[in-house]
Design a protein around this ligand. Structure first.
Ligand code: PHE
Ligand code: FE
Length: 296
């Protein structure tokens, strides 16, 4: 998840100054492992032909199909060999500086709890299924692995440049790539964002539904665009390749971009902007129906 909201201001009891806690793998119940298996089976059926080939390769390489909630130590050992990343447990959302420090040092922070069986489809807080199934397969890809570490360093730099001021723009980049990104592969759109690949309904919606806009990725475009955290996205942004995402973010000095984005107007959530490379102009019918339903 993005890091723009915090539950706590200081490490909770039992957590160190790095906010890390033990995963407590031995404490999961059989029922909790079964919830993982249920979610896993559902996504494994949906994702071939929908998820990016890098994501599907990561699932295989990390053996995430093994039964039950992964043990972070075993998972980290595999991931470390592939790209130098580890998976570590935190009690919930952590402060921005802590989050960036972990990413910059190739530690992916994950919640250790799993959703209940009556919450299979919807959850406000990221649980271990979202964090591990959704995020970790992409970290087995060397290019994406470099991107997320660079993002962590970018966050540290943003804090030095402007305190909290620029984090909003960086969060939008995270949201529209790491969480809800699409990629064009062999002429077709595929999903790679963790929020999509870990959701049965959004895995279909993001690619097949006529409602959302699908727009070519642009750094400033994304940084100027609002997003929603309460429902399916109304915009998805499409990258041409992970190499290109890494290149443009690493090679661009964000300092002048932050200033430009701050001076420019915010782009409304479903708006098509000048210069957009449009893959699909959405009908926005889904969002309209949901807004209507809330009124009655
Ligand atoms: N190039 C960015 C900067 O100048 C850092 C960054 C890299 C941010 C990759 C996000 C992703 O601040
Ligand atoms: Fe997430």
């Amino acid at each position: 998840m993005a890091s723009e909201t915090h539950v706590l201001n200081s490490p909770p009891p039992g957590a160190g100054p790095d906010w890390l806690i033990p995963q407590g793998w031995e404490n999961y119940t059989d029922d909790e492992h079964d919830v993982w298996d249920t979610l896993y089976a559902r996504q494994a059926k949906l994702l071939p032909g929908r998820a990016s080939s890098a994501f599907l390769r990561g699932l295989e390489a990390l053996r995430l199909s093994d039964r039950g909630i992964p043990n972070f130590e075993e998972l980290s050992a595999r991931l470390m060999q592939l790209t130098g990343w580890q998976v570590v447990a935190v009690p919930g959302l952590v402060p921005d500086d802590v989050f960036f420090d972990h990413l910059a040092n190739r530690r992916f922070v994950s919640g250790n709890f799993i959703r209940r069986r009556d919450q299979l489809d919807y959850l406000q807080e990221p649980d271990v299924f979202h964090d591990v199934f959704g995020h970790v397969p992409m970290l087995a890809d060397p290019v994406f692995a470099d991107y997320l570490a660079a993002y962590g360093r970018g966050g540290q730099r943003a804090l030095r440049l402007g305190g909290d001021k620029y984090l909003k723009y960086l969060s939008r980049l995270y949201w529209y790539t790491v969480e809800f990104g699409l990629i064009e592969e062999a002429g077709a759109l595929r999903i790679y964002g963790s929020g999509i690949v870990s959701s049965a309904a959004e895995s279909v919606f993001a690619l097949d539904d006529p409602s959302p806009n699908r727009i070519g990725f642009g750094l400033e475009r994304v940084m100027r665009t609002e997003y929603r955290i309460d429902d399916f996205q109304q915009n998805y942004f499409v990258i041409p390749s992970f190499e290109e995402l890494l290149r443009v973010t690493v090679e661009t000095d964000f300092a002048p971009i932050y200033a430009a984005v701050e001076a420019a107007d915010t782009i409304r959530i479903a708006e098509i902007a000048e210069g957009d490379q449009v893959f699909t102009i959405g009908t926005q019918a889904y969002a309209a129906a949901r807004a209507q339903a809330k009124l009655v």
